[in-house]
Design a binder for this molecule. Structure first.
Ligand code: NAP
Ligand code: GDD
Length: 338
């Protein structure tokens, strides 16, 4: 039986990856931080199938301990301060968790089980002010947030340990991926949660920031398959995982409202832009400058060519299906809560 250790197991990706590995017959260990209230997040339903090890990416001893206990054959490092906006408010914590934390994990592997295979959750945020469109493995990086900068360190240290020590260490440069389990601070889930509430008459207009930002959005369930595939290859390498499509935040808003039978009409420009419900004339979306970022990533669009050709990876869930799944799940949940 293969053994896997997933850091950040209770996050969005951690939960889908745990499900995938359990299906494949792995023994799954998950690293989680201690909280003041016991909370298994997105893996509540897997509590009896996985083994939780308490630890923190900033505490090297706890990572050595996690390797000792799990003796993992595969380590998936998904733990991170993953919200870009927060990285300006907590730049040091972000660097320690998302940057140095990667070295802590690599050192724990090198000390306890150097032959273990390692996956690092790199990100399209490293492309930031994009130097070419679409972005691929060879595109130069230009991060635009403390989060992007910290992740770039994690990316390079992974490559460095591969080259220095011959470790089987891979980075997946994943573009945005969302799901019904996405945190509500991220724009897609913020939208689907609000649209469900507006539909049920439980919320005032949704306030957003930059609606012109373009993102390459896929579903997390498809993306964790690529992580696993990377660790099954003969050689360690880095791969872009993306859909090859990009959409504006505004398009996501329109589609989410459409799924609940509301057609929106846009009026005004810049911070005065609003969307009204065409049928009632009521304002359903407005702009609040507090959601703009000190530096923005205007467009992300990835080329999944290498992952498709070398890993045989393919995304199965389209953009339209992603939005539909998220809004239907939020509608159901909000109805239940109400
Ligand atoms: P997520 O839902 O925010 O999950 C992050 C996980 O990291 C949570 O379980 C969190 O635990 C844990 N964590 C945070 N700080 C930690 C620390 N100091 N020690 C141990 N655990 C810690 O993020 P996600 O969307 O699943 O993303 C997974 C990984 O992929 C992240 O590294 C993210 O940066 C990267 N990534 C995500 C995307 C995307 O679009 N989703 C794209 C590219 C890369 P708590 O519950 O205790 O906070
Ligand atoms: N969160 C948020 N809230 N974003 C908004 C809002 C709002 O009210 N209004 C507009 N946006 C814009 C942001 O300015 C950004 O351009 C875009 O929506 C997406 O924001 P997020 O959903 O917060 O995601 P992100 O692209 O910054 O980061 C996500 O993807 C990265 C991969 O590219 C995160 O999952 C990162 O962890 C991941 O690395």
């Amino acid at each position: 039986m293969k053994k896997a250790l997933i850091t950040g197991i209770n996050g969005q990706d951690g939960s889908y990856l745990a499900e995938l590995l359990l299906e494949k017959g792995y023994k799954v260990y998950g690293l989680m931080r201690r909280k003041s209230k016991v909370d298994f997040g997105n893996v509540k339903h897997l509590k009896n199938d996985i083994e939780i090890i308490y630890g923190d990416m900033t505490d090297p001893i706890s990572l050595i301990n996690a390797m000792k206990i799990s003796q993992a054959d595969e380590v998936y490092n998904l733990a991170a301060q993953s919200f870009v906006a927060t990285s300006w408010e907590q730049p040091i914590a972000t660097a320690e968790i998302d940057g140095i934390g990667v070295t802590n994990m690599l050192e724990a592997i090198r000390t306890i089980k150097p032959e273990a295979r390692f996956y690092q959750a790199s990100t399209s945020e490293m492309f930031g002010l994009v130097q070419e469109i679409p972005q691929k493995e060879t595109t130069p990086f230009y991060p635009r947030s403390p989060y992007g900068v910290a992740k770039l360190y994690g990316h390079w240290i992974t490559k460095n340990y591969r080259e220095s020590y011959g470790m089987f260490a891979c980075s997946g440069i994943l573009f945005n991926h969302e799901s019904e389990r996405r945190g509500k601070e991220f724009v897609t889930r913020k939208i689907t949660d609000a649209v469900a509430r507006i539909k049920l008459g439980l919320q005032d207009p949704l306030e957003l920031g930059n609606m012109d930002a373009k993102r390459d959005w896929g579903h997390a369930k498809d993306y964790v398959k690529a992580m696993w595939l990377m660790l099954q290859q003969d050689e360690a390498d880095d791969y872009v995982v993306a859909t090859g499509e990009t959409h504006k935040v505004r398009e996501f808003v329109e589609l989410a409202f459409k799924h609940v039978g509301i057609e929106v009409q846009w009026q005004g420009e810049g911070v005065d832009e609003i969307a009204i419900d065409k049928a009632t004339g009521k304002t359903v979306v407005s702009v609040n400058p507090k959601f703009f970022r000190p530096a923005e990533v205007d467009i992300l669009l990835g080329s999944p060519k290498k992952a498709e050709e070398k890993l045989g990876w393919e995304r199965e869930i389209s953009f339209e299906e992603l939005v539909k799944r998220m809004i239907l799940s939020d509608l159901e949940r909000v109805k239940e809560e109400a």
